[in-house]
Structure formats: C-alpha cells, structure tokens
Design a protein. Structure first.
Length: 274
C-alpha cells in the first residue's frame, strides 16, 4: 500500500481526572508523538466533571502533543446539570473555551486532506448530542470551498449512526440529517467517540460509502461491555486509493499502546453535490 500521504491520530473520551491506570496519560502522549502524525483529532470528553484541575490536566496533555490539533467538545466538557446548573445554561462550555479553545467549529487543511469539527454537545440533554441546521450549513459551505480531490473528514463527538453497532445506542438528535449532508458534501470519513467503543466500519448514505471510525476511551476507566478494560485510540492513514484505520490498544503489562487491529477500505472518488 505504500507510505500514506496523511496520518491522523484520533483520540476520544480521555476523561482527565478518571485515569484507568497510573501513567496512562504519559503512555498516550509517548505513543501519539511517536507516530509523527500530520494531525491529532480529539473528539470530545477531555474531562470527567469540567473541574478546573481536570481541565488543567487535559490542557497539559494537549500541550505535550507535538502535532497540530483539532479538538471538539463532548457532553462531559460542559458544566454539570447537578453541580453547576446555572453555568451549564449560561456558559455551558466556559471552561472548555478557557483551557482548550474558543473555536467550536475548527478546521484544518493539509496533505491533501480537509478536516472539519462540529460541536454536537448541548446543555439541554444529559448526554445525548444534537445536530442543528447550522451544522449542515457550516459543513456544506466549508467542504464546498476545499480544493478538488481533497479527502474530506468530519469530526464530531456523538455518533451520527448506529449502523454496525451490536447494541442499542442513542445517536445524536437529527443525526440522520447531518449524515446526509455529509454524504452530499463528499465526506469520506467521520471520526467520533462517546460510546467508549472501538468500532470501524462503512455505512451507506445517499449512494455513497462513508468510513465511520469510533474511538474507544483513550485513557479513562469508564469502560463499556464487552470492551471492558480496553483503552484505545485510532490512527487513520490516507493513501491515494485506500483508507486504513489502526486501533492502538493499551497493554497495562508493558505500560504502552500498540496496534491491535487494522481495517482497510478502498477509496472511491466521492460524488459531491455540494
């Protein structure tokens, strides 16, 4: 398959303040920095309870990563309904904006790739995300302006489809509309998290195939059966005619991440109507 023209490290659900193992954050930093990735994408839930100390730890982790970063928030990055109900409504992502970034719709272009992040976290539900008409407008406008031939990648916290998932899970509200907009815009890859599951598969939408890569919890002990005790992140490699996604899994016996599973997909030129 040869050397990829772009490599993206995809982390999700770090949940600083809820580490699964002592030193797992250091192992995560070491592994990601060793990849020499062109971009690190973090799809939300950087912290567990939006406390200042947790955000400082998350910010320190991001600062230690050498590659450029694109980060979107998750539902845990908002102020808690229980402990900070007024702030959750008035400035739901106040600490996220202070410690991480004020940009809730970040983008990155390089190496023949265009990546857009959208914020699906909302203060009006406990954990379920929400896709809005503004998301679809932003997505369509952004990808329409990208160079022909660029691989188009969308990053969100909440999954937009449950296809291929073995257990019943709620997807983001109005997710099907955003998924359809992504297909029309020619998106080839969607990066997401939230379910604490490693799952990579293709979905069909609007006569197109989109690779959906869910990343598991990168560093927390908030496991979901049957992937109990499993910390992981994904590495997406883009080739001229292929997309490869490697799952890097943590081995507590050696305090390191290593490739545990690989998924390969044939790239087809997307038929964009944008």
């Amino acid at each position: 398959m040869g050397t990829p023209h772009c490599r993206i490290a995809h982390l999700s659900d770090i949940h600083a303040g809820c580490w699964a193992h002592r030193g797992i954050d250091e192992a995560l930093i070491s592994s990601v920095n060793g990849l020499d990735a062109d971009l690190v994408v973090v799809t939300g839930d950087l912290v567990q309870r939006a406390h200042r100390l947790q955000y400082r730890r998350a910010a320190a982790l991001l600062k230690a990563l050498k590659s450029p970063q694109l980060v979107v928030p998750g539902n845990h990055d908002l102020y808690s309904w229980i402990y900070r109900p007024v702030l959750r409504v008035s400035v739901p992502l106040g600490r996220y904006k202070h410690y991480v970034t004020r940009d809730l719709s970040p983008s990155w272009e390089g190496r023949g790739v265009s990546v857009l992040g959208l914020n699906t976290a909302t203060p009006w539900t406990i954990e379920r995300g929400r896709c809005t008409p503004a998301h679809a407008v932003r997505l369509g406008a952004y990808f329409k302006g990208q160079p022909p031939g660029h691989v188009k990648v969308l990053a969100v916290h909440h999954p937009l489809t449950a296809d291929g998932f073995p257990y019943k899970r709620e997807i983001a509200q109005n997710a099907s509309r955003l998924l359809s907009a992504a297909a029309r815009a020619g998106v080839e890859i969607i990066l997401c998290g939230h379910w604490h599951w490693s799952l990579v598969h293709e979905v069909a939408c609007s006569n197109q195939r989109i690779v959906v890569a869910l990343a598991g919890t990168a560093a927390s002990r908030r496991y979901r059966a049957p992937q109990m005790g499993r910390n992981a992140f994904n590495v997406v490699e883009l080739h001229v005619g292929a997309i490869t996604v490697h799952e890097w899994r943590y081995n507590p016996a050696v305090h390191a991440f290593a490739i545990a599973q690989t998924h390969a997909f044939t790239r087809k030129a997307p038929q964009s109507a944008a």
